[in-house]
Design a protein around this ligand. Structure first.
Ligand SMILES: CC(C)(COP(=O)(O)OP(=O)(O)OC[C@H]1O[C@@H](n2cnc3c(N)ncnc32)[C@H](O)[C@@H]1OP(=O)(O)O)[C@@H](O)C(=O)NCCC(=O)NCCS
Length: 151
């Protein structure tokens, strides 16, 4: 059982999310991008907390029954404590039953790739030179909820 509390983000979380996004990614979403996600029914923006302290977030959107995870990030000091796993699990539960979820990740991002595999995602392909700054392949993953009990 997770010791972290994962709930939908509120307006007060946007500064935290935007700062962590900028710290982690070369083409970060901006404050206004996340702000739009707050009220859109097809968007998912969740924050993991230890007590009142935000530690990480996950962002995703759903189109035609399929969900794409756009980012997941955890504060550096809080990594390897199960926060990333708690965020992905909470998203999958929110999408249940039997969600189909896709994501892509830099080939060199061994931490994220290990997290996705640990959460039941399967590698389904590679997009050559997909990322810029620096240029790098993207590895594509898919979660097939129909093949998993917990959804
Ligand atoms: C990827 C990231 C979100 C993982 O978050 P986390 O809270 O550290 O992950 P967890 O502690 O929940 O790890 C769950 C499992 O994933 C795997 N894992 C996570 N980080 C790992 C690492 N650095 N090395 C190897 N395996 C790792 C392990 O199997 C781990 O289980 P274990 O600790 O019981 O062995 C975090 O490293 C991060 O924020 N990175 C920067 C942003 C990023 O690259 N996001 C992904 C691209 S969108």
């Amino acid at each position: 059982m997770t010791k972290f509390n994962v709930t939908p983000a509120g307006k007060d979380d946007l500064a935290f999310i935007t700062a962590l996004e900028a710290e982690c990614f070369s083409s970060p979403w901006r404050f206004c991008d996340f702000e739009k996600a707050l009220d859109a029914p097809d968007r998912h923006l969740l924050v993991a907390r230890d007590g009142q302290t935000p530690l990480g977030y996950i962002a995703a959107y759903t189109v035609a029954g399929e969900t794409d995870v756009t980012s997941v990030a955890v504060l550096p000091f809080a990594r390897r404590r199960g926060v990333g796993r708690a965020l992905l699990r909470a998203l999958l539960l929110q999408l249940a039953p039997a969600p189909t979820v896709f994501l892509e990740v830099r080939a060199s991002n061994t931490a994220a790739r290990a997290l996705y595999t640990a959460c039941g995602f399967a590698q389904i392909g590679v997009r050559r030179n997909y990322y810029k700054s620096p240029r790098e392949d993207a590895v594509l993953y898919r979660f097939d909820g129909a093949a998993h009990d917990e959804g």
